[in-house]
Design a protein around this ligand. Structure first.
Ligand SMILES: *Cc1c(COP(=O)(O)O)cnc(C)c1O
Length: 76
């Protein structure tokens, strides 16, 4: 996921303007070669707080992770 609050706020607002509800924000699938996209837990918490402060609730995406074998995404 992108780790910059201002960018994520603009993304949610922009998606809503074109009729898309941004309801998931996916954390990294830990696959080979993607390590530089990892976001640390402290940073994820900070981003969640920043998005909650700057967006109406319906535009705050749920941060989730895909875990192999799980029937649904897992909220983080
Ligand atoms: C997550 C996911 C779904 C299910 O979406 P929900 O909104 O959680 O029901 C379906 N297809 C794909 C490819 C997905 O990644």
């Amino acid at each position: 996921m992108n780790d910059d609050a201002e960018t994520l706020v603009r993304l949610s607002e922009g998606l809503f303007e074109i009729g898309v509800l941004p309801y998931y924000l996916h954390l990294l699938d830990r696959v080979s070669g993607a390590g530089h996209f990892e976001v640390e837990p402290d940073r994820i918490e900070l981003l969640q707080r920043q998005l909650l402060q700057q967006l109406p609730g319906y535009l705050v995406p749920r941060m989730v992770r895909e875990i192999a074998g799980e029937a649904s995404k897992t909220p983080v």
